[in-house]
Design a protein around this ligand. Structure first.
Ligand code: HEM
Length: 510
């Protein structure tokens, strides 16, 4: 009751989501059981820029932020609105206590340290490696088709292929490590451990654990199987990280590994440096967030291309007309750019993020909000401790911002005059007026690399292959990043794939 009393009166006047709620699990269990952000997308039309949901286990209500200005305010004030105590143990368990986990001064330090690895020039310099990995993936796909009984139109589960490619990319560009196109024993171990983690996250235990930890933080020290120890993938990647460190020689390169190691080993110049465990956990962090997110995005973009043959063909014509592909030429492909923007808009690899306020504040709103009492407000006073959920997917498909066809995959909207709202009405983020990479000091540090690898991989694939829908029921869940389920099978995305006659003749990347 004490916690409830601390919730600002204004928050208590916000409308509550309409779904019938359970008195123990509030709205949270139903939200968890539905596909990623599905309930928030449904509610966003009727509930206005902010509403409440009831928390599980009698915790104070959560405020759902469905307003671009409010989201911008929260993200820009990243050290006032921090990751919540319920969320951080999951981060620690899955990827360790690196930059994604760090808060305050520690975070500022790590962000400054790593920024040089992600400048436009640094990402441009990665393009040869990205092309090499995409070409390797294309050869593997070609081999799967010729081995397959279906000849052209062979059904291929592209999910593991794409994840192997993005793991290959991060291995090479960040750590100078070769995962052998996803064939190395380490790559296979990471893929199967991640699969195990996803399956675990999809269970009731996966729902319950973070909520229990939020209330009883000490519970993690108890030997209870559903509670976070180390995830399978973290254990494996941590071991690999240790091996990379043993092999690494100090260099002046600005790649991620060199920046991390040089900082950890610097002497005398400063008191502050990365500890050994921060070094190790940052390697694990980048290895995991640097490939699973891009792999999932690729999966869903190819699904949309498979379901929209006209769009796929227009894209193919643009890519094939470009001839030799290199970084500059891929950057200039306008339709490819729109396809990637549209795919990332509809399928954010992190569908929802959460924050908790450290101080009392007033959150501005871009449009008026009617409270339960009928009172209209333009900003919401909140108390320290208030938890916010920001459904990035719902904000990216809000009809308010994107019009009646918001939920449809229409790359043309990015090209045609008036196809999107004006820049000031779009969500604020580092790229393209979408919230997929979040916003502010904690927005995705790797977004330029992500966009580059998506563009290159898609260009390499569509110039040689045609993709078609299999009719499998594809669902998307947040576990804790976006995961595809095909006819109930986790981390799967079957598509019919054909090798184009012209594809074999196309020149490779020089
Ligand atoms: C399409 C692919 C990607 C998407 C959609 C994506 C999305 C995001 C989002 C939404 C956040 C903010 C998370 C939050 O605040 O709760 C984030 C943070 C982050 N991303 Fe990405 N990401 C992608 C690819 C990458 C890549 C390729 C890398 C690195 C190589 C990367 C590294 C990071 C890191 C280190 C953070 C934490 C930044 C900080 O806290 O300062 N991401 N990403």
């Amino acid at each position: 009751r004490r916690l409830r009393q601390r919730q600002e009166l204004s928050v208590q006047k916000l409308s509550v989501a309409p779904m019938r709620r359970n008195w123990i699990w509030g709205h949270e269990l139903e939200i968890f059981r539905h596909e990623a952000c599905k309930m928030h997308i449904k509610w966003s039309a009727s509930m206005g820029p902010m509403y409440r949901v009831k928390s599980a286990l009698f915790q104070p209500d959560i405020v759902i932020v469905n307003d671009t200005l409010a989201a911008q305010h929260i993200f820009q004030n990243a050290y006032t609105y921090v990751k919540s105590p319920a969320f951080r143990p999951i981060i620690a368990r899955l990827i360790g206590c690196g930059i994604v986990y760090a808060e305050g001064e520690e975070h500022k330090y790590q962000r400054r340290l790593l920024a040089p690895a992600f400048t436009s020039n640094a990402v441009k310099a990665m393009s040869d490696d990205i092309f090499a990995c995409a070409d390797k993936m294309s050869h593997k796909l070609r081999a799967e088709i010729s081995d397959g009984a279906g000849g052209n139109d062979t059904v291929v589960d592209i999910a593991p292929l794409l994840s192997a490619c993005t793991l290959d990319i991060i291995g090479r560009v960040a750590f100078g490590h070769d995962f052998g196109g996803g064939e190395s024993s380490e790559a296979r171990e990471i893929a199967s451990a991640w699969h195990e983690d996803v399956l675990m996250a999809h269970t009731f235990g996966g729902f319950l654990a973070p909520r229990l930890i939020n209330i009883f933080p000490w519970i993690t020290s108890l030997p209870i199987p559903i509670l976070p120890g180390e995830s399978a993938s973290k254990r494996i990647v941590n071991r690999l990280a240790g091996k990379l460190l043993q092999e690494n020689h100090l260099s002046d390169n600005a790649d991620i590994l060199s920046l991390l190691v040089n900082d950890n080993q610097k002497e005398g110049k400063s008191e502050v440096r990365l500890s050994n465990s921060e070094l190790l956990d940052n390697i694990t962090t980048f290895m995991m967030v640097g490939h699973e997110t891009s792999g999932a995005s690729l999966r869903f973009i190819l699904l949309e291309l498979a379901r929209n043959p006209v769009i796929q063909q227009r894209l193919r014509q643009e890519v094939q007309a470009a001839g030799y592909l290199n970084y500059e030429c891929v950057q200039q492909l306008e339709y490819l750019d729109s396809v990637v923007k549209e795919g990332l808009r509809l399928y954010p690899a992190l569908p929802l993020t959460e924050r908790v306020a450290l101080e009392d504040d007033v959150v501005p709103l871009s449009r008026p909000l009617r409270m339960k009492s009928g009172e209209i407000i333009r900003s919401l006073p909140i108390k320290a401790g208030q938890v916010f959920h920001i459904p990035l997917t719902a904000l990216n498909v809000s009809e308010q911002t994107w019009g009646e066809n918001a939920a449809r995959f229409l790359p043309e909207r990015w090209i045609e005059p008036g196809g999107t709202s004006s820049a000031e009405k779009l969500p604020h983020g580092p790229w393209a007026g979408i919230l997929t990479f979040s916003d502010g000091p904690r927005s995705c540090i790797g977004y330029r690399l992500a966009v580059s690898e998506l563009k290159i991989s898609i260009a390499v694939l569509v110039r040689s292959f045609e993709f078609a829908d299999t009719g499998a029921k594809i669902e998307q869940y947040m576990l804790p990043t976006l995961q595809s389920f095909a006819d109930g099978k986790a981390a799967s995305m079957p598509l019919k794939v054909s090798l184009l006659a012209a594809g074999a003749l196309l020149p490779a990347h020089p």
